[in-house]
Design a protein around this ligand. Structure first.
Ligand code: NAI
Ligand code: 3PY
Length: 320
């Protein structure tokens, strides 16, 4: 008998199709809309495998509704949407998508940093709104990236890939991480500093840690107050790492120059959010890994895990 798989979103049919060899598949048939919670809770009642996106919460409540569940595969490297401890208690495996999105996300982080520093989205709006009357010296002036100091909080796969790119811009690279990266320090000259020194010394602060109990609210009012008045904060990790109210107040009072945000405490961010009233905030809809090649590779990594499980093997990319 085939195993039962539930997929929480409509994924490209050619990607899902090969899994039919191993699974009876049911799927939420919407591409853009998150499955309503009560429908998800009902759908998992008989499934052994569950394929989710980062917008689905796999928590204690869901597990109570899923007595046959053995595998959860997550279409993301970040797994803060999954209660790993609760899964472990029940002997349920989880997999994610590390590695295949590292370069794409690091490219994007540099793009977001440049866009924020050089006010590119704001300048685009200025032109389209008919405000461009002439060229003048202080028109839409931004901040230099080349030769400045970048501080990366979370020097993992993506953090290191950002740092390597930043070297190409002749940036001085400071980092803070749970453990030191001696090899990278020697190879590239990255410099380990305390979080406090990183915030005080950097022109650009980039957050690339996972979101968990240790990093929730890691950057609040106190930390923002340590940053230079003309510094830029970039977050492409998870929204809850920054206290958004504190960020808004700091930006508004001119104690921080700008912020580039791909992620928010609540996604989608609501259009009445105070941060969206500020011209010096570049706000994007969580597109860090969104290239066709990378999103396909992420889906295929999930397919690989589901295939392995379908064949009775242990899937790779297990979250421990
Ligand atoms: N915006 C987007 O579309 C994307 C966002 N992400 C986010 O990026 C995160 C990082 O991804 P990877 O680099 O692949 O993960 P990783 O696990 O390779 O790197 C995370 C690093 O953060 C460090 N870290 C953890 N807690 C820390 C703390 N309190 N202070 C300082 N460092 C700390 C870890 O030691 C590790 O080196 C993901 O968890 C996800 O949330 C990832 C891909 C795309
Ligand atoms: O992989 C992740 O963690 C993302 O946020 C989207 O790729």
């Amino acid at each position: 008998m085939k195993k039962k798989l539930f997929i929480t979103r409509k994924f490209p049919p050619h990607i899902v199709e090969p899994l039919k060899e191993f699974y009876d598949i049911k799927q939420w048939e919407e591409e853009e809309i998150v499955i309503p919670r009560e429908k998800l809770l009902a759908a998992v009642a008989d499934c052994e495998a569950l394929w989710v996106t980062l917008a689905d919460q796999v928590d204690e409540e869901l597990l109570v509704h899923a007595p046959h569940l053995k595998l959860v595969t997550n279409l993301a490297v970040g797994f803060n949407n999954i209660d790993i401890k609760a899964l472990r208690k029940r002997g349920i495996m989880a997999t994610n998508t590390p590695g295949v999105l590292t370069n794409t996300t690091a490219d994007f982080v540099m793009g977001l940093l440049l866009a924020t520093a050089r006010r590119i989205p704001e300048s685009d709006r200025y032109l389209r709104e008919g405000k461009w009357k002439s060229w003048y010296p202080m028109q839409l002036v931004g901040k230099d990236v080349s030769g400045s100091t970048i501080g990366i909080i979370g020097m993992g796969r993506i953090g290191q890939a950002v740092a390597r790119r930043a070297k190409g811009f002749d940036m001085k690279i400071l980092y803070n991480n749970r453990r030191r990266r001696h090899e990278a320090e020697e190879m590239y000259g990255f410099q380990y500093v305390s979080l406090e020194d990183l915030l005080k010394q950097s022109d650009f602060v980039v957050i690339m840690t996972p979101f968990n109990d240790d990093t929730v609210g890691l950057i609040g009012a106190e930390e923002l107050a340590l940053m230079k008045d003309d510094a830029v904060l970039i977050n492409a990790s998870r929204g809850g790492i920054i206290d958004e109210n504190a960020l808004y107040e700091t930006l508004k009072s001119g104690k921080l120059w700008a912020a580039g945000l791909d992620v928010f405490e609540q996604e989608p961010i609501t259009l009445d959010h105070p941060l969206l009233t500020l011209p010096n905030v570049v706000a994007l809809p969580h597109i860090g890994s969104a290239s066709l090649q990378t999103r396909t590779a992420m889906l295929m990594l999930n397919v690989k895990a589901l295939t392995a499980y379908g064949q009775g093997q242990t899937p790779s990319n297990r979250i421990d």
